[in-house]
Design a protein around this ligand. Structure first.
Ligand SMILES: Nc1nc2c(ncn2[C@@H]2O[C@H](COP(=O)(O)OP(=O)(O)O)[C@@H](O)[C@H]2O)c(=O)[nH]1
Ligand SMILES: [Mg+2]
Length: 208
């Protein structure tokens, strides 16, 4: 892969020399040929995964933000600085596709999380207003059981005031047994992005 230095930019202090969409996959045999550490982004449909990726990448619409939930049905690989992949996964628990399709999507996420040798960690988004649903709890349990580190991040920080934010972060911390309060992010207000990048870079650095 060659570097595309012409689109170098800096987001929240992180230098991005190149961010490239590499491929979509639906199964393990379709993962990108070039092996690099992977960090995956997961959460319920509509929780703000695609918006967050665009914000992390400092672009408006590299990743499709859907007003129709459940649009992402594949694992989408983005190579960052030719050094690691961020993987946009389909939304979990999306009910407006056929049951068969839901099962297939859940199965491909599960196989990927259990089977991808290069997956170093999962960023799991929960909507700060909802503090995690039973589907989130079940999914996070599965990721932990597969031995993958999970970083729980509360999305849409701008949707709550400071009081609700503090209260809900505490609930999220207790519900998921976190050592500290979750990171909060807002793609609308671009907050929490430096903190999240720093976590992603440390996961990737540990992988070396
Ligand atoms: N207010 C607010 N809305 C957001 C934020 N992030 C995403 N959204 C909106 O939530 C909806 C779903 O976002 P999307 O990124 O497609 O979620 P995904 O299904 O998890 O990929 C869209 O209408 C976004 O504009 C945020 O930080 N704040
Ligand atoms: Mg999406």
């Amino acid at each position: 892969m060659k570097n595309e230095n012409n689109n170098a930019r800096e987001v929240a202090g992180v230098k991005l020399f190149s961010v490239k969409f590499v491929k979509s996959a639906t199964k393990l045999s379709e993962l990108p040929e070039e092996r690099l550490p992977q960090v995956a982004l997961l959460g319920r449909s509509n929780v703000g995964k695609s918006s967050l990726l665009n914000t992390l990448f400092g672009v408006k619409n590299m990743v499709k933000v859907s007003s129709t939930p459940g649009k992402t049905q594949e694992l989408n690989f983005f190579a960052v600085n030719d050094a690691f992949y961020i993987v946009d996964l389909p939304g979990v628990g999306y009910t407006r596709v056929s049951y068969k399709k839901q099962e297939q999507m859940a199965e491909s996420i599960r196989k990927y999380i259990e089977g991808s040798e290069d997956l170093k960690g999962v960023i799991y988004l929960v909507d700060i207003r909802h503090c995690g649903t039973p589907i989130d709890e079940e999914t996070i349990k599965g990721i932990r059981a597969a031995g993958r580190p999970v970083l729980i991040v509360a999305s849409k920080r701008d949707k709550v005031n400071q009081f609700e934010c503090a209260k809900n972060c505490k609930i999220i911390q207790e519900k998921f047994g976190l050592e500290s309060l979750p990171i909060t992010v807002s793609s609308l207000k671009k907050t929490g992005i430096a903190e999240l990048w720093s976590e992603i870079l440390s996961v990737v650095a540990e992988a070396r």
